[in-house]
Design a binder for this molecule. Structure first.
Ligand SMILES: [Fe+2]
Length: 293
């Protein structure tokens, strides 16, 4: 529960505020970009909502904030918007919301599929939300991109008897996982789902390609909407930047239109443009860091 007495100074006056418990994870800025912005080491409210959609977006941000750092003064109507989640992106693909502090607020996704639904990484386990997923047909597979973003995957696996998929090199983060990926070769789970190991951010990081169109990228790759380009986080590359660069070059050989990231924004471009952006990213990644020059 956010505390108005701890509200950060950068908030503009009004209903919504961010308090000093914020971990600056970006969730609110993705959900309500007209209202929340990066204030350095945390987010702040830079515009109060001007219309019903912005108010809805701000309540969605309040509900999804992993640390409960967003508050609403006066009448708090957050309950009215709980059932908005999961939010449909398109074609049976949803952003779950309810980001977990255990994964530093990483985004997670749900895929509705006739042969069984998928959870990609994990939101907080909340019974009301799990029941929403149950109504959508439950979960057959839980794909874990990497060790950082497993959050409450074990609870979802137990409730739905779902099979967790993780790479052996990150297996210690979820040791009871039912399907363990090995090596660097891609694995087809069906003709629609392909898992591609991409060592770099962590050694056992993998991405999921669905329908040769939707790429669930964890912390390997994200989109920067202001620069209109793809990007990778060098400063939080835990395992090996040269390996992440090699993995990115391999990934550039696949065709996709969507990048659905754990941390960072998602992006949607025509496949040809996405390929061009991947090649440009690989070229940037191959340059030495400023500190190495
Ligand atoms: Fe990570």
């Amino acid at each position: 529960m956010a505390d108005p007495n701890k509200a950060v100074e950068e908030n503009v006056e009004g209903k919504f505020f961010v308090d000093t418990t914020c971990i600056n994870c970006d969730t609110c800025r993705q959900l309500a970009p007209n209202n929340f912005r990066d204030a350095g080491t945390y987010s702040s409210v830079f515009h109060q909502p001007l219309d019903a959609q912005e108010e809805r977006d701000s309540y969605r941000a309040l509900l999804s904030c992993p640390t409960g750092s967003i508050g609403a003064r006066g009448k708090n109507q957050a309950r009215e918007f709980i059932s908005d989640f999961p939010l449909l992106i398109e074609d049976g693909i949803y952003y779950n919301g309810f980001n977990s502090e255990k994964s530093y607020g990483a985004n997670s996704y749900f895929i509705e599929n006739a042969d069984g639904n998928w959870l990609v990484d994990s939101p907080k386990f909340l019974l009301h939300f799990a029941k929403k997923l149950e109504k959508l047909g439950g979960i057959k597979y839980i794909f874990l991109t990497h060790r950082d973003d497993v959050a409450d995957a074990d609870k979802y696996a137990e409730m739905f008897n779902a099979k967790r998929i993780i790479h052996e090199w990150d297996l210690d983060a979820q040791p009871q996982s039912e399907i363990v990926l090995k090596g660097e070769a891609a694995t087809d789970i069906s003709n629609l789902f392909k898992i591609i190991p991409v060592p770099g951010h962590t050694k056992g990081h993998a991405v999921l390609l669905y329908k040769d169109k939707y790429l669930f990228t964890g912390d390997h790759l994200h989109y920067e909407p202001e620069e209109r380009r793809l990007a990778a986080y060098r400063s939080v590359c835990w395992y090996s930047w040269p390996e992440q660069t090699k993995s990115m070059a391999r990934l550039a050989n696949y065709s996709f239109e969507w990048v659905l990231a754990g941390h960072g924004n998602r992006g949607h471009l025509p496949a040809i443009e996405m390929k061009k952006q991947m090649d440009l990213l690989v070229a940037r990644m191959r340059r030495p860091a400023k500190s190495e020059l």
